[in-house]
Write a protein that binds this ligand. Structure first.
Ligand code: PRP
Ligand code: URA
Length: 213
């Protein structure tokens, strides 16, 4: 599918997903292993940023033709669960500017509500890594796209980075923002009656931040 990249399902990735999906996994392990997958996702996302040729001289005096990133970047986690992805972004992009969009799904209706936003002033001139580990119905990320567009960011400059998605979420999102790239770790088949991803892993935010007992 156009503009959709799924991480290669390597033996390593399969093992990491098995740990984070296991209901018996301890919270510190969930955090550690989900962050490992998130790091892979962020590394993949960087492959989709524009570059230009750059020639450098090596210590041998010879020339090497390589490349450098072009343009400015920022990251925008969809709070709360998206904040789990900030650490990996900071590890690979020192001093990156980070905006926040707080969106919460209503527990009964699963409809998203925008509660807060704070974005870099010059965000329209930047490429944006939009971060949220779970793409279920697609409602939350579409609302986040609205916020970014209101701030002048074009669809083509947004890369949505996501851990687990669904066909419904991807379809909804691609219809809403066809120019935006999605980098996902895995596509699960369906949603349950409460719009939770199946098999999924439950509520990512609760597991990561320890608010579920
Ligand atoms: C979760 C998740 C996404 C959203 C996905 O957040 O992090 O933002 O649900 O569902 P959707 O695709 O159907 O909109 P939630 O609102 O549960 O808040 P949380 O980050 O506090 O867990
Ligand atoms: N949010 C989550 O954290 N998990 C789901 O399965 C759906 C939305």
């Amino acid at each position: 599918m156009q503009n959709l990249t799924i991480l290669p399902y390597t033996p390593q990735l399969k093992a990491l997903f098995t740990i984070i999906r296991n209901k018996d996994t301890k919270r510190y392990e969930f955090i550690f292993y989900s962050e490992r997958i998130i790091r892979l996702l962020i590394e993949e996302a960087l492959n989709h940023l524009p570059t230009q040729e750059k020639i450098v001289t090596t210590p041998t005096g010879a020339k090497f033709t390589g490349s450098e990133f072009l343009g400015k970047l920022c990251a925008v986690p969809i709070v709360r669960a998206g904040e789990s992805m900030e650490k990996a972004v900071r590890e690979v992009c020192r001093a990156i500017r980070i905006g926040k969009i707080l969106i919460q799904r209503d527990e009964e209706t699963a409809l998203p509500e925008l509660i807060y936003e704070k974005l870099p002033e010059d965000i329209s001139k930047r490429h944006v890594l939009l971060l949220d580990p779970m793409l279920a119905t697609g409602g939350s990320v579409c609302k986040a796209i609205d916020v970014l567009k209101e701030h002048g960011v074009s669809e083509e400059k947004i890369i949505f980075v996501n851990l687990i998605s669904t066909p419904k979420g991807i379809e909804t999102f691609q219809r809403y923002a066809p120019g935006t790239k999605i980098i996902t770790g895995f596509i699960d088949p369906e949603l349950d009656s409460r719009a939770y991803i199946i098999p999924g892993l439950g509520d990512f935010g609760d597991l990561y931040f320890g608010t579920q007992f």
